[in-house]
Design a protein around this ligand. Structure first.
Ligand code: AMP
Ligand code: MG
Length: 310
């Protein structure tokens, strides 16, 4: 259903009733459920085939709501003031007496919160509905994230009643996830807000060690994966491979993420390009090297997981 007041009314009715709705955000399309409804939250895991140890991000519709749900340290507050609404998720100590389902928290005493940018946020608020919503990406677990309503339909069309079509997402990669403990911050997932943009606000951002970190569950496994095998940092195209290029090169790419080497454009097109190349039916998708600066860190993170053994 196209985005607009009628769609927001329908979505609000369904969400209040405990049903799932797919919604566009500035990062990717999300699969939303009312965060206080145990069975709706459980339904998200069911519909996506998501492992129960992978916790969900709680999406709030006003930044002020965060302090009802979590302990907000001065550092957390300064990041919210600067980056919300926006593609920054903060993992904070959870308040004990909150009216949220524990089904989406994987047994953790922390809560991941973000305040998204999307027209439906104001649409819901004007209906007197302020969620909060849990909302992972609206794809089958482990598959490529959706950046158009059509992508959502391909993965989940037979499992959900409503997809709001807000056109292609402006960003294209998921939010940056940071855990905050007092005045310390640790990067759990690189994402749409680059570390360079965070640096002026965080004096020493540490990088979570994935292999030993119990605080970032659900981030180890193969993810964002096409059906084809993925070969990274490819400097040639082998027989029978599909090639995803970046910048100008002598290799004839099937698709180029960005001929002008714009990392913003590459992030924006990444998932749609992977889906299109996968549909060519080749056994392997070879991908040109992407620089590890700015949004390139998030792009390379997603590609590494797309290439991991399934
Ligand atoms: P997504 O599947 O894009 O919604 O990813 C949500 C990400 O947030 C996952 O990688 C989770 O591991 C992470 N996450 C959610 N809640 C928490 C939490 N309480 N502590 C640490 N990471 C979390
Ligand atoms: Mg996801």
């Amino acid at each position: 259903m196209p985005a607009g007041p009628g769609a927001y009314r329908r979505a609000e009715t369904l969400l209040r009733r405990g049903e799932l709705v797919a919604l566009p955000t500035e990062t990717v399309y999300g699969l939303a459920a009312l965060a206080s409804d145990d069975s709706a939250v459980a339904e998200i895991y069911q519909a996506k085939g998501r492992p129960s140890h992978n916790p969900l991000i709680v999406h709030i519709l006003t930044p002020e709501k965060a302090k009802d749900l979590a302990d907000v340290s001065p550092l957390a507050q300064s990041l919210m003031d600067r980056f919300w609404p926006g593609a920054l998720t903060l993992v904070l100590p959870k308040k004990l007496s909150i009216d949220l389902s524990s089904v989406g928290s994987a047994g953790l005493e922390t809560i991941a919160i973000r305040c998204p940018v999307a027209p439906w946020v104001e649409g819901f608020r004007s209906l007197g509905f302020d969620g909060p919503l849990v909302m992972p990406s609206a794809n089958l677990s482990g598959h490529i994230s959706p950046t158009t309503a059509q992508h959502v339909f391909e993965d989940l069309g037979d499992r959900i009643k409503l997809i709001i079509d807000g056109g292609p997402c402006a960003g294209g990669v998921e939010s940056t996830v940071i855990s905050i403990d007092g005045d310390r911050a640790s990067l759990l997932r690189p994402g749409a807000i680059a570390a360079e943009a965070l640096a002026p606000f965080i004096s020493n951002l540490s990088f979570a060690d994935e292999k030993s970190s119990p605080i970032a569950p659900g981030m180890l496994e193969s993810h964002y994966a096409p059906r084809a095998r993925v070969r990274l940092n490819a400097i040639h195209k082998a027989e029978g491979e599909a090639f995803l290029g970046f910048g100008v090169s002598h290799i004839k790419a099937d698709i180029n993420l960005s001929e002008t080497e714009s990392l913003e454009e590459a992030a924006n097109r990444l998932y749609a390009c992977l889906r299109s190349l996968d549909s060519l039916g080749k056994a392997v998708i070879a991908i040109a090297p992407i620089p590890m600066t700015g949004l390139g860190v998030a792009i390379n993170d997603r590609l590494k997981r797309a290439a991991a053994p399934k």
